[in-house]
Design a protein around this ligand. Structure first.
Ligand SMILES: [Zn+2]
Length: 420
């Protein structure tokens, strides 16, 4: 594969210039002989786009063979485009369908797909996965939220793909929609994707109880590799890797780049090698996703590691020299203050690329219905104290009234940018 790749992709001709032509890869460990591919490498390759090569220097298939372009969400900078040949579309459809099947979607299901943008990794590729299983695809993304909720009742939707925050929003609105339409809910399965958060028991409980679900499954993927690769089985305790037919995995120490063994309790950054991608391939691609290995193997019979995503390198903040993931702040606060606040928070940055904080980090939380207005200021100080003592990070908390935090349909980031 590698010699052919160097001929097909100018990016890999350059990145692998020092790799011996006769290098033999016989095990996953041998991958360490190859350099990593970084997002910046993909960006630079895309910047070299031309009339002949609209996807730039990593366009590894002739333009005439490319049948689809997909785009990154662009939430962390300029969007990247990925090209797919017919074989790539087939491969991605198979892998994504595998994830949805692991997550409990079946032919009998009527699935609401709420991502509004067909071109993003969560758009058409996700839809292809549902159709491939044979489920009834109802692509409601793009309609106003009120209409989405009504259509879901009228279409007797049984399964839904949504962000964690949208699922939470839905759990608050769903009864009212039922009263309005007079149609009982048949929704039993929610697949969460696009943002982490389903590792939190409190959040899970709220969504499962609020919607009377039998399934709540977390999934994860990457447009640069395959838009969905990881999914939870019926144990609902960490995600299985469902793309092993097409992608090799490594776990590395993000500081040193050294490979780490996959074993229970290990944490590290996930690195992907897509060995079956024609048009925009990636070899040893640094995902920037940090995972914790929940277990090796599973009672469901699937083999390999089960993981939770604990954060992204891109999201990591530095408060006076201390590294902290926004998700770590959220998970601590949501757990300790369950019942008094809603299970989410918003963190403010002065600029999109702000990483360092010398002043306390501004954080908004939302009061639960049970919290008395007069208790908000005291609660804010309590939260600040807990975060300082547990994470050695100072935050400045505002407790907003009920409904004060936004609930998005696609890719809600924890961090928001305050225009200054
Ligand atoms: Zn399992």
């Amino acid at each position: 594969m590698l010699p052919a790749l160097r001929r097909r992709s100018q990016l890999y001709a350059r990145l692998h210039a020092g790799v011996p032509e006769d290098l033999a890869l016989r095990s996953a460990a041998d991958l360490a002989a190859l350099p990593f591919t970084l997002k910046d490498d993909l960006r630079a390759a895309q910047d070299a786009a031309s009339d002949d090569q609209p996807f730039g220097e990593n366009q590894a298939a002739p333009q005439v063979d490319i049948v689809q372009a997909i785009s990154s969400s662009g939430t962390t900078g300029r969007p990247l485009y990925y090209a797919l040949t017919a074989r790539d579309v087939e491969m991605i459809g198979d892998a994504v369908a595998n994830v949805w099947f692991t997550a409990g979607v079946r032919r009998e299901d009527i699935v609401a797909h709420l991502v509004g943008l067909p071109m993003v990794a969560g758009g058409l590729p996700y839809a292809d996965g549902f159709r491939r299983i044979g489920a009834t695809l109802c692509w409601l993304g793009g309609f106003p939220t009120e209409r989405i909720l009504r259509e879901m009742r009228h279409l007797r939707v049984t399964a839904l793909l949504a962000t964690t925050s949208f699922a939470l929003h839905l759990s608050e609105q769903w009864d009212a929609v039922g009263r309005e339409t007079g149609i009982a809910s048949r929704l039993r399965k929610v697949i969460g994707g696009g943002e982490p958060g389903l590792g939190q028991p409190e959040l899970r409980r709220r969504i499962v109880d609020g919607l009377a679900l039998t399934h709540l499954r977390e999934t994860m993927g990457l447009g640069d590799v395959i838009p969905s690769m990881w999914g939870e089985c019926e144990l609902e305790d960490g995600m299985h890797f469902n793309a092993r037919r097409y992608v090799m995995l490594e776990l590395i120490d993000p500081e040193t780049g050294q490979a780490l063994p996959w074993r229970e309790g290990a944490t590290g950054e996930i690195v992907y090698t897509a060995f079956a991608r024609d048009a925009t391939p990636v070899i040893r691609y640094r995902s920037r996703d940090h995972a914790a290995v929940v277990a090796m193997g599973c009672a469901c019979g699937r083999t390999g590691p089960r993981i939770r995503c604990i954060g992204r390198t891109d999201d990591m903040l530095i408060y006076k020299g201390m590294n902290v993931f926004p998700t770590a702040i959220r998970d601590l606060v949501v757990k300790r203050f369950a019942g008094r606040i809603e299970p989410m928070l918003r963190l403010w940055k002065a600029r999109r690329d702000q990483v360092r904080f010398d002043q306390p980090i501004e954080v908004d939380v939302e009061a639960s219905a049970a919290l008395d207005d007069s208790a908000r200021a005291t609660l804010a100080r309590e939260i600040e104290d807990v975060v300082r003592s547990q994470l050695q990070v100072r935050i400045a908390v505002t407790v907003l009234e009920r409904g004060g935090l936004p609930r998005g349909v696609y890719k809600n980031a924890i961090a928001a940018v305050r225009e200054v």
